[in-house]
Ligand binder design. Structure first.
Ligand SMILES: Cc1cc2nc3c(=O)[nH]c(=O)nc-3n(C[C@H](O)[C@H](O)[C@H](O)COP(=O)(O)O)c2cc1C
Length: 444
């Protein structure tokens, strides 16, 4: 069977370009309006996209002076999107560093029930010190420790989703039996970070387990994804980088005893779409001109851990610390350093490049040119799909759905209509059986 592209719409405020809220094509007041996000979800569903995704951070810093930082809690917002859509998958970020497995398992099980099997969890370990300050800590735990906690966290969540077997609910009003307690299991987990008895207090989700997504591309991140992820979001600037990441993740997935086809790699793409290439570039330039330099400079300083604020914008990017000293976003840091070196960028040029997608690939061009790039990465072993990051919302998502999606369909790369009901079916992934039911079958 020929491969099908998987397309996720990454919804963020009024657009992924950091100056989107200042552009005349957007209305920044809409970031506080649930109808804005409901409209975006309906646009994505009209384009038969696989899913929409909401990122999340657990702190607001001084950067809020110049950019949108305050957002709705993503699972709360997704519940309102579930109510106005039928097919589109609903993926939210939830941190394993600043949450407890029982609560998180319950929230995603609830969203999966509310949405008829469309929930997905983007598993992140949170990397900002500012977030740690909101959770009784002076600084965030070390990179490797965060991932070790994340692994146990997901193990516990999986046990909790499996703690109700599919046919545990009896609902026998005559006999007065609500559930078959032989099919509702205590998980009895005791580990380094968590002690959880269970069972979960929400019956087994329609998908069995929500779709598991991950977004860290460091060595720790890839090892974690190879064990747990079913979809992987990543930032890659060049085809060669994309191919190398793709090959390494699939290699490690096989080494972890899993089928590499059941782990979908979705690099980010920020499409700046115009009727002509000139028009698209003009829009990209317009947005870049709206960047607030001092804001972008403080963002870059935060990302690199080097105070760049006093340096000349048109001067070279200075020597940056070795990756081994980075405990926050390791892969993103590496990407930024390599981009600046490879293209010998000045600080201003680097800010311009990061403004469009925070390190994700920005492609400015006609719908044909965007479709060509998508087809190239898909056919050359760098992607199973894409995390679509429109620079302006809703304008950029509408343009993608109305002008790029039809081309991808014409080329036989993308679905014309939804054939599945659940998020897993959209991604071509099986519904996992409860480990307890499987165990019973073995012992029977
Ligand atoms: C598409 C995408 C979405 C992400 N969303 C979030 C998010 O919502 N919250 C968050 O704290 N980190 C988010 N991240 C950052 C990752 O979780 C991770 O910290 C980062 O990729 C660096 O991971 P690494 O240190 O393993 O390389 C995202 C990354 C990508 C590529």
């Amino acid at each position: 069977m020929s491969r099908t592209l998987h397309l996720n719409a990454f919804l963020m405020g009024v657009g992924h370009h950091e100056a989107a809220w200042r552009h005349p094509r957007t209305d920044p007041r809409r970031v506080g309006d649930v109808r804005h996000f409901q409209e975006l979800a309906r646009i994505a569903e009209r384009g038969t996209l696989d899913s929409v995704f909401l990122a999340d951070g657990l702190a607001v810093g001084p950067a809020v002076r110049h950019n949108i930082q305050a957002v709705f809690e993503p699972l709360t917002l997704l519940a309102s999107l579930a109510a106005v859509t039928e097919h589109i998958g609903l993926i939210a970020t939830v941190s394993t560093t600043y949450n407890e497995p029982f609560n998180v398992a319950r929230k995603f099980a609830s969203l999966d029930h509310l949405s008829g099997g469309r929930a997905g969890w983007n598993i992140v370990t949170s990397a900002q010190s500012r977030e740690a300050w909101n959770f009784n800590l002076d600084d965030h735990p070390a990179h490797a420790d965060r991932y070790r906690r994340a692994a146990e966290f997901v193990d516990v969540a999986i046990k909790l989703w499996d703690s109700w077997e599919d046919d545990a609910l009896v609902l026998d009003t005559a006999a007065g039996v609500f559930a078959d307690t032989d099919r509702v299991h205590e998980v009895g987990h005791t580990g380094e970070h968590f002690t959880v008895r269970g069972p979960l207090n929400t019956p087994r989700p329609p998908q069995g387990r929500p779709l598991l997504v991950q977004a860290g591309s460091s060595a720790d991140g890839i090892a974690f994804a190879a064990r747990y992820a079913e979809a992987v979001f990543t930032a890659q600037q060049t085809l060669a980088d994309g191919q190398a990441f793709y090959a390494e993740l699939k290699r490690q997935t096989i080494a972890a005893g899993r089928d590499p086809d059941l782990v979908k790699v979705l690099p980010g793409i920020a499409p700046v779409i115009g009727g002509t290439e000139v028009e698209a570039r003009a829009l990209a330039d317009e947005l870049e001109a709206l960047i607030v330099p001092e804001h972008a400079l403080s963002q870059l300083s935060g990302m690199t851990g080097v105070d760049l604020t006093g340096l000349p914008l048109d001067g070279p990017v200075p020597e940056l610390p070795d990756l081994s000293s980075v405990q926050s976003h390791q892969s993103r840091y590496q990407l930024v350093v390599e981009l600046a070196r490879r293209e010998k960028l000045t600080i201003r040029q680097l800010i311009g490049r990061l403004g469009g997608g925070r390190g994700h690939r920005v492609v400015a061009g006609t719908p044909e040119q965007i479709a060509d790039q998508i087809e190239l990465w898909f056919s050359q072993g760098a992607a199973d799909g894409f995390n679509v990051m429109p620079p302006l919302l809703p304008y950029g998502l509408e343009a993608f759905v109305d002008h790029v999606v039809p081309l991808l369909r014409e080329r036989g790369l993308f679905r014309h209509e939804y054939t599945g009901r659940t998020l897993r079916e959209h991604y071509g992934l099986p519904r996992p059986a409860s480990a307890y039911a499987a165990r019973e079958l073995v012992t029977a």
